[in-house]
Design a protein around this ligand. Structure first.
Ligand code: CP3
Length: 349
């Protein structure tokens, strides 16, 4: 028998249980980008905030959209509403989101640009995000976990070099050439990310995820030195300050190298992209993923079938059900509900 309460603590949470390798009452589940434009109630709050950036730094409204998906769906966790570009913004780069175009960010392309950047600790942006964490934790049901996050150095640097979304070619060339300013930028992002995640943990984040959405861009020694080692340094730095904080590493697209991400000391679970079969990974690691977000466009029946296939590939005691990448704009909220139902039914068989 598994008691639903832990001695002296709040109610059990399946996400925290699986991350800590304790028997969980059910398969934990949350979706990357679960708060967002596919939800009408998100669009209403976003309208009220005026812009995406205003929404990120308005703790009342950001806490509201963080909690919204949990009112609709039986998820085990909420993910802080913010963006990976909060870090470069807090470092002093101008940031705005153009309607339908994605982010527009100031650029870093030289040692001079790098030297002009400020530390994030104590900045307006980080203080507001931490207020959101604090407020969300106080409003969130006791049995739900709150996930904090940051972008990994490679992915964040790719936006800083390009000034927004791009094919990452400019950043890749700087990476291959090991440009001194680029390597210093990566090192700087390690330090800032440690401070940022630690501040989120201090404010009440119970898990953190490091998003390396473009990790699959780099190979060979650049994969080692610009993707994996910087992430390892962040995990080490955060765990030094918060030894009990579980860390999820999402190095999207590294495929056969995923076990190397799992081997980063202090990592509790790894996020897996849709393209990698969960059943192909070693059975001693906790994996998160990896339903294709596009399957949710193929109708309820296909989405359910694919959710069942994903669940069938991995034992629920070491699986966190999620998508292989963020939920897409235009996803039907009813189909999300069908997927949640399919996962719960699968485990009740
Ligand atoms: O629900 C959640 O997952 C929490 C909040 C969250 C957002 N972005 C909100 C958001 C998280 C965890 C992110 C991470 C993020 N942001 C990543 C890594 C994960 C991934 O999807 O690969 C990246 C690469 C970004 C950078 C970013 N933010 C881009 C490229 C864009 C524009 C593209 C788009 O989807 O519009 C954003 C904007 C963004 N971040 C939105 C949301 C809800 C949409 C903006 C809006 O409401 O107008």
């Amino acid at each position: 028998m598994i008691d639903s309460r832990e001695e002296g603590q709040g109610p059990r949470n399946a996400l925290l249980d699986v991350l800590n390798r304790r028997p969980a009452l059910r398969r934990p589940m949350w979706f990357m980008r679960q708060a967002g434009r596919y939800l009408p109630e998100y669009r209403a709050v976003r309208e009220k905030a005026g812009s995406f950036v205003n929404l990120c730094y308005n703790p009342e409204l950001a806490a509201e959209v963080t909690i919204q998906p949990l009112r609709r769906y039986d998820f085990d966790a909420a993910i802080l509403f913010a963006d990976i570009l909060v870090v470069p913004h807090a470092m002093g780069l101008p940031l705005k989101f153009e309607e339908g175009e994605g982010p527009v960010l100031g650029t870093v392309r030289s040692m001079n640009d790098l030297d002009a950047l400020k530390p994030v600790a104590g900045s307006f942006e980080v203080r507001k995000v931490c207020e959101t964490v604090r407020l969300t934790r106080s409003l969130l049901a006791q049995d739900k976990a709150l996930i904090g996050f940051c972008g990994a150095p490679w992915t964040v640097a790719s936006y800083m070099v390009a000034g927004g979304s791009s094919d990452r070619v400019q950043a890749k060339v700087a990476a291959y050439q090991r440009q001194p300013w680029f390597m210093a930028l990566i090192a700087r992002l390690v330090t800032e990310s440690i401070d940022y995640l630690s501040a989120q943990a201090d404010a009440g984040a119970q898990v953190v995820q490091i998003f390396d959405s473009w990790a699959g861009d780099l190979v060979g020694s650049e994969l080692d030195d610009i993707v994996l080692k910087p992430i390892a340094a962040i995990v080490e730095g955060v765990k030094a300050r918060h030894p009990g904080l579980p860390v999820i590493v999402f190095a999207r697209g590294i495929g056969l190298n995923q076990p190397r991400a799992a081997a980063i000391p202090g990592t509790s679970a790894i996020g897996i992209e849709t393209e990698t079969d969960l059943a192909s990974l070693p059975r001693d690691i906790v994996v998160q993923g990896n339903l294709d977000p596009v399957a949710l466009f193929a109708g309820e029946e296909v989405a359910r079938r694919e959710a069942v296939r994903v669940c069938g590939g991995v034992d629920r005691q070491r699986h966190i059900f999620n998508l292989g990448h963020g939920i897409r704009l235009g996803t039907d909220p009813t189909v999300v509900g069908a997927v949640v139902d399919a996962v719960r039914r699968f485990d009740e068989r």
